[in-house]
Ligand binder design. Structure first.
Ligand SMILES: Nc1ncnc2c1ncn2[C@@H]1O[C@H](COP(=O)(O)OP(=O)(O)OP(=O)(O)O)[C@@H](O)[C@H]1O
Ligand SMILES: [Mg+2]
Length: 361
């Protein structure tokens, strides 16, 4: 079974640059792991270490139960696709896809079978005789993917393979990728800073910051149960509302209003409250059923039309410096500038002010 295991991987360039800090993770057959994080957090370095293009300072990499940490890239049975799909310009689509197989001394009948099959699945059959110069960006990217797929590697590594495509094409190729890899067995490690790609493609996501894993979970849990304030703020667009609030009794104070705290052994002086823009409700009929402090009064001061939805910015009474952003369906109307909001308790995320860690509820 082809499985990728990474144990306590570290990479230090110099004492000031440690792009990979103690990373451990497993990717099993059929799993699609995405490394998601801001620019410079170490995503590409991890891929390069797995591929053998760099040597780790410490740690172990195993592929299919074999320690490959010190093997040359060519001996690891890995296929890698980069952001810049370096195709051979003088070769046709077919020859580009067949090139790595030729080096492996595979019979030409078998090469023909593999290339034809993959070209068909990628919709490249008609383009087999064209050279890369005469292809669109999306087509070139598909050839680069095809070149990786024909090799039937033990592990696929993809570093931002869609980032050179325009938005529409990206959406299309993303959907194609999802179908393509659903029928592949080899583990996939995919690098992106695009959270939509991470959420839609992955079976699990590792959110990285400063070279460390912040959370390793299913896309569902990353979004709905962020382990800390960094993950909460990084994943989700528009971003989660995050406020540092003073605690009074069993309430976190939002201007003149109190939001009931979760059960805690001791109430801290301050706490971080997080709520996603789509989870804030207008107090309508529900408001009457809630205890008075749970209704928050505010003034709308900005409406951004996002097409399907409106993103509205609201100032809270008694706390004019603070903005709550609320996402509403585009057809939802409201009558006045003054509105009443509710933060449904089960949709609030609480974080420790000092550590940023999630407070269990
Ligand atoms: N050869 C090198 N020597 C010194 N520092 C390096 C080297 N390669 C990368 N770095 C540093 O390591 C850190 C991680 O880089 P890396 O390329 O892994 O980031 P990334 O997450 O892939 O970012 P991006 O999203 O911008 O591609 C960065 O601070 C980078 O400047
Ligand atoms: Mg990178």
């Amino acid at each position: 079974m082809s499985k990728l295991e990474i144990k306590n991987l570290n990479k230090t360039y110099n004492p000031k640059v440690v792009p990979v800090k103690d990373i451990s993770l497993d990717v099993s057959e059929g799993e699609f792991l995405t490394l998601l994080g801001p620019s410079g957090c170490g995503k590409s370095t991890i891929l390069r270490l797995i591929a053998g293009l760099e040597q780790p300072t410490r740690g172990e990499i195993r592929i299919a139960d074999r320690n490959v940490t010190h093997l040359r890239p060519g001996d690891r049975n890995i296929a890698m696709v980069f952001q810049s799909y370096a195709l051979y310009p003088h070769m046709t689509v077919y020859e580009n896809m067949a090139s790595s197989l030729k080096l492996r001394k595979i019979s030409s009948a078998e090469i023909h079978r593999l290339v034809t099959e993959v070209a068909e699945s990628l919709g490249l059959t008609e383009l087999a005789d064209r050279k890369p110069g005469k292809l669109s960006g999306g087509q070139r990217q598909r050839v680069a993917l095809g070149r990786a797929l024909v090799r039937q590697p033990a592990v696929f590594l993809l570093d931002e393979p869609l980032s050179n495509l325009d938005a529409l094409l990206r959406e299309k190729v993303r959907a194609e990728l999802k179908q393509l890899f659903a029928s592949q067995k080899a583990p996939v490690v995919y690098v992106t800073h695009d959270q939509t790609e991470a959420m839609t493609l992955s079976t699990k996501v590792a959110v990285l910051n400063n070279g460390s894993i912040q959370q390793l979970d299913s896309p569902h849990l990353i979004y709905n149960r962020p382990a800390n304030q960094f993950v909460a703020g990084f994943v989700g667009s528009p971003q989660m509302n995050l406020f540092v609030l003073k605690c009074q009794g069993n309430f976190a104070m939002l201007g003149d209003f109190g939001v009931a705290l979760p059960n805690m052994p001791t109430v801290p002086p301050e706490i971080v409250l997080g709520i996603r823009p789509e989870n804030v409700c207008f107090a309508g009929e529900e408001a009457g059923k809630m205890p008075a402090p749970q209704v928050i009064k505010g003034e709308v001061y900005l409406v951004e039309n996002l097409g399907m939805q409106n993103l509205i910015s609201i100032r809270i009474k008694g706390l004019e410096s603070l903005t709550v952003r609320v996402l509403l369906p585009g057809d939802r109307q409201w009558n006045s500038e003054s509105i009443e909001l509710i933060f449904p308790p089960q949709l609030i995320h609480w974080f420790d002010v000092k550590t940023g860690e999630r407070i269990p509820d």
